[in-house]
Design a protein around this ligand. Sequence first.
Ligand code: NAD
Length: 500
Amino acid sequence: MKVIDHWIGGRATTGFGERRGAVWNPATGEQQAEVVLASRQDVDAAVTAAREAFSDWSQSSLSARTKVLFTFRELVNANIERIAEAITDEHGKVLSDARGEVQRGLEVVEFACGIPQLLKGDFSAQVSTGVDLHSFREPLGVCAGITPFNFPAMVPMWMFPVAIACGNTFVLKPSERDPSVSLILAELWAEAGLPDGVFNVLQGDKEAVDGLLEHPDVAAISFVGSTPIAKYIHGRASETGKRVQALGGAKNHAIVMPDADLDYAADHLVAAAFGSAGERCMAISAAVTLGGVAPELLDRIGAKALAMKVGSGRDTASQMGPIVTAQARDRIVGLIDSGERQGARIHVDGRGITVPGYEQGYFVGPTVIDGVTPEMDVYREEIFGPVLSVVRTDDVDAAIDLINANPYGNGTTIFTSSGEAARRFQRGVHVGMIGINVPVPVPMAYYSFGGWKDSLFGEHHIHGPEGVSFYTRGKVITSRWPHVDHAEHQAAHFSFPTSR
Ligand code: NAD
């Protein structure tokens, strides 16, 4: 059985821990590898390697760092296919989607290539007579990233290119369900000339995470995953005095106004709800219909959902792959069952489908549920599967109220041809990322990504300018170089100094 290792201090290692986790191929239902699960000793080894690398890397010139980043960018670009195949084999998503995720991650590397510009400080001359003021930002030290299964390349790449460009060293704790990509990225960093110990991979589960949260040499934690774990990480890291950003789960609503182009809305809703089998934190899981649009919209969505080709992510004809694990599939099916029990209508039913040649795969087909109300489990839970709930409301204010009553606030969208409604919507919703006729409004790398409410704990959104600010801390320097002859300028005062 293939063993997936840690990467510590510039080399792959099985480490000290004896526990192993199974890595499945969700399309075939077969175990394809086992991943080492870190012990506390492994955590210490990874953090020590990162701490030792920090003294040189944090002092390296901006030019030296930029050179490594540009080379890494070229190497990832040249290896997109290899990375995408590793994603598809362990996560299940279709290859074209996996390539897209690597591309979105690369955009953060490209953003980080501009680090000399991003780290520029401010300078004010003569703030008082003979006194100048300037500021600059310094790296924090060892930063850790704890990431979810659903974007094994992109989400880590939201973090480490910026952290490393800022002069930090990094320990990545990827999801134990699809850990292989992290090692490919580690090899590419080494090939790009990144010094040993600057980027490390610690495979593992809760034990690895708790080790990082408690390690005194970890300065900052970036987390992306489900809300209960995000809350835990934020609380625990705060207690242990670390800087922390913890992105959580989501329930993203799309309002469909009566004045919307329904063909366009249906097309985009289907892609946003069922792309990557709905295992995206920006997937649309609730369509909020206004006026009388629901029947017409359901006809269109239903036809498109039924026409979707579900199959192995490796099959180029597939538009949607399997669910990541058998357990996740069973949970999704259980939630669809609960919707039926609680009075919703299953308009398109994806339960119980089989894919010829992949009978043991973890497949659920696109599912559309109509007549969903806010009390139902299917609405309250983050399903994280290919399930679109249709909730009917009367007007745009009621739709905005519904969105704001939801505990999550990651993304939301409106389909409309009314500028007035779009403006009311964008100003009224308590959500971090908003689309107007754009179903999955993921900001570009040079903006920051993050939700509100239970979708993010901490002050900083991820990557973009907020990423640079998260991974650095500021210094402000007040300086005076007194002229020996100007005695009056050198006189000290006992009162609080003010400008002269
Ligand atoms: P998860 O919370 O189960 O796991 C995320 C990470 O936390 C993994 O590395 C895992 O090993 C670790 N972990 C799991 N249980 C833990 C515990 N008890 N203690 C400490 N660490 C633990 O999430 P997942 O199932 O891998 O990913 C799906 C979730 O991530 C969804 O809720 C999705 O919305 C969310 N997500 C959010 C964003 C965002 O930007 N807000 C992006 C992607 C995914």
